[in-house]
Write a protein that binds this ligand. Structure first.
Ligand code: NI
Length: 167
């Protein structure tokens, strides 16, 4: 297993649209393991392959308190969605920034698991938010893209300042 480097906003590679996985093979399973290790170490509740500069449609999520319920989605697709819910979001690619984003309240998502088996999952609450947030990454979209220009400028300024501080 290996820890992967997480791209930091506004890295242009975060704007890459990911390609579907053709076969869920050992190489994809290695990517999934490395992504999970990277997410747990960060620590975060979700990670998209885009964020580790691998542009295939893979996301990993663990919203459990105990950090032992890994959920893997390969080639995820939203089948149905309903309602609207606004939740404060953060992102491992945008450290220290949190803001409200409106998304569907309930979704039904179809994907392949790490064994290449297809499954459909009904999700709501934090899990629904997280799945939609990570799926956005696969489309080359970061949550701050939903915010106003003014907020985006403030976030860029704040991130620059943070970078100076760690140097
Ligand atoms: Ni994110």
């Amino acid at each position: 297993m290996a820890l992967l480097a997480i791209l930091q906003y506004p890295d242009s590679r975060l704007y890459t649209v990911a390609s579907p996985v053709i076969t869920v093979d050992d190489e994809i399973r290695r990517l999934i393991r490395d992504m999970a290790e990277t997410m747990y170490a960060a620590p975060g509740v979700g990670l998209a392959a885009t964020q580790v500069d691998d542009h295939r449609r893979v996301i990993v999520i663990d919203i459990s308190e105990t950090r032992d319920h890994l959920q893997v989605f390969v080639n995820p697709e939203i089948v149905t969605s309903s309602g609207t819910a606004t939740c404060e979001e953060g992102c491992l690619s945008v450290p220290g920034i949190f803001d409200k984003v409106a998304r569907a309240e309930r979704i039904s998502v179809r994907a392949f698991d790490a064994q290449g088996k297809t499954f459909t999952l009904e999700a709501e609450g934090l899990l629904a938010v997280c799945i939609q947030h990570e799926m956005d990454h696969l489309e080359g979209k970061v949550f701050v893209d939903y915010l106003s220009r003014l907020k985006q400028r403030r976030i860029l300024a704040k991130l620059k300042k943070q970078k100076r501080l760690v140097m």
